[in-house]
Design a protein. Structure first.
Length: 335
């Protein structure tokens, strides 16, 4: 009996050590994420400079905080090529693959991601009106599994349009946008509201795909004094078509973000999309580390924005560059 009791005692002691060892390993893994490898799903409605810059900023923030691509992070990137059906499929694919977090880059991308999951954390950016798009209840009260950054500054559109009316003396402004993009519709409404306050007319040209953009731009020829392109993924992806018409017909062209400004517009009030993506990445870091839930991170707006000019574009479109512009904003290097 004594021998048997001794054996039972030794076995119990070894079992206890094994359990303790297992618990210790688990605690260590929880503290520093151990050898866990993360898969981040990326859904983006289309490729264009602003969205691409936001993604680069996002990755930079993660890498600077210990989440390095090829080491402990893998990105599953799904580009919808401007197609809403593709965007829905992309979101479903990422959810089906069980990614650890979804980075939704654009309004439709975020909407489709949220429709696809109420469990996987989602951080969005390049979204103009997250409340109107029904992504969050309010900036301070995001959803249970979603939060992010908006690319709208409350004064951005009005500042650019003030320049168009005051400096260009424009009485009629043409806008091109995708009426199927909720973020573009919100901006079109804001443009019309500001134009009415300034006593100027707005001529709208709506498109459904990037293939429609050139014809829409041509339809404004002879009817407007200037063209303003809001932050519209469909139109911006085919911006070269608008620039070509503006240059050929000497129509001053204005845009809603700085990446498009560099390509061939005269002025824009904007900010760096890379910086915006970086801020979104910092939110993702807190979620991945378990420091915060999406519901605990308020939606953020751009911290800084300014009016900027493209001298080369102005000359291409027959507009005289004035010295006084340097007091209103800064000149950028054209592409």
């Amino acid at each position: 009996m004594k021998k048997k009791s001794f054996l039972y005692g030794v076995m119990s002691m070894l079992l206890g050590m094994s359990v303790l060892s297992g618990c210790g390993g688990s605690e260590q893994g929880s503290a520093d994420n151990g050898d866990k490898k993360y898969v981040i799903g990326v859904t983006q409605i289309v490729e264009h400079p602003s969205l691409d810059a936001a993604f680069e900023g996002f990755k930079k923030a993660l890498e600077e905080n210990g989440f390095k691509e090829g080491d402990n992070v893998e990105y599953d990137v799904q580009i919808a090529q401007g197609d809403q059906s593709n965007s829905q499929t992309a979101a479903k694919n990422l959810v089906g693959d069980g990614v650890d977090l979804i980075f939704a880059n654009s309004t439709p991308s975020a909407q489709h991601a949220l429709n696809a999951t109420k469990e996987i954390p989602i951080v969005f950016t390049s979204v103009t009106d997250p409340v109107g798009a029904e992504l969050v209840k309010s900036f301070d009260e995001p959803g249970e599994n979603i939060t992010g950054t908006t690319d709208t500054h409350p004064e951005a559109i009005s500042k650019t349009l003030s320049f168009v009316t005051d400096e260009m003396k424009a009485k009629t402004i043409g806008i091109i946008y995708n009426s199927g993009e909720q973020n573009a519709v919100v901006q079109a409404e804001e443009i019309n509201k500001i134009a009415k306050e300034k006593g100027v007319k707005v001529v709208e040209a709506s498109v459904s795909t990037s293939a429609d953009v050139k014809q829409a731009a041509e339809s404004l020829t002879g009817r407007v004094d200037a063209i303003y392109i809001p932050k519209d993924n469909t139109v911006v992806s085919a911006l070269e078509s608008v620039i070509g018409v503006a240059n050929d017909k000497d129509i001053p062209l204005f845009v809603g973000e700085l990446d498009s400004l560099k390509k061939g517009a005269i002025a824009a009030s904007g900010f760096s999309y890379e910086d915006l993506g970086y801020e979104t990445g910092l939110m993702a870091v807190k979620i991945l580390k378990g420091e915060k839930k999406p519901s605990e991170l308020p939606v953020q707006a751009p911290q800084n924005f300014e009016l900027m000019f493209n001298k080369k574009a102005a000359e291409e479109q027959g507009v005289e560059v004035k010295d006084a512009w340097s007091e209103m904003g800064e000149f950028i290097e054209a592409e």
